[in-house]
Ligand binder design. Sequence first.
Ligand code: ATP
Ligand code: MG
Length: 264
Amino acid sequence: MPIIRLSTGIKEIDKMLLGGIPRGFLVAVVGEPGCGKTIFCLHFINAGLKRGERGIFVTTEESRDSIIRQAEQFNFNFLQAVKNGDLVIIDALMRKRDDPFSLMSLDPEELVRKVIEVKKKLGHGHVRLVIDSLSAFWLDKPAVARKYSYFIKKVLTQWDFTILATSQYAISTSEAFGFGIEHIADGIIRFRKAVRSGMLKRYLLIEKMRQTPHDLKMYEIDIVNGVGIVVKRPTIYRKEDIALPEHVKRRIINATKQKEQEIP
Ligand SMILES: Nc1ncnc2c1ncn2[C@@H]1O[C@H](COP(=O)(O)OP(=O)(O)OP(=O)(O)O)[C@@H](O)[C@H]1O
Ligand SMILES: [Mg+2]
């Protein structure tokens, strides 16, 4: 069976992926705060809407209005898509309890239940799904990250979704989040940032995409008002471009070891 590939909405990234993300995949979009994960997800949903595909955007980080406003800055008309019933934005804990598009708790079962309920309302067929962020569902219990993400993948992939799930590394405490999703994900798109010559630079790297001989180079990207993510040039390898500080690496290793031991 030929692989159907979905456009990410960014031509250069599609090219890096030999056409796009294989339909039915769950792809982890990972990286530090402010490096472009949410904006990449907006592109993905918008690319679907442009092709007459429907979308569900789950946001645990922002309100629905905030997502619509951010999309608007890149000329993605999410408000219209919501009105037309082509896009449903589900937020978490932002609304009153009787709101049909709000999660009642940051619980993986609640997420799956709500997403399937909305999918049924949207009707038959393929839907692009964004979960931004998936790591929010295990904030207080990183040890179960892998178990949760496996559960979410197992259930949701039976429902004709192609999924982008963002994941953050919050290394403010002694714990590191994020690991858990990467192993079960069919793909990993990593965003990075660094300050070079006094300027904030952003980078993108496709670290994993099953069934795809993808581009292995790290690219510098820009986020441009009115446009969104723009891919610039591949970067020349420099250790400091990709390496985390030593103390952060140590924390991740320790937290991962501890998590492995905690998994029942
Ligand atoms: N209209 C705009 N024009 C140019 N740059 C913008 C615009 N809107 C947002 N940005 C840039 O994008 C950044 C936010 O990117 P994004 O929301 O995708 O980050 P993120 O990786 O999802 O972060 P987090 O993990 O905190 O959610 C902002 O900090 C800003 O630098
Ligand atoms: Mg975000």
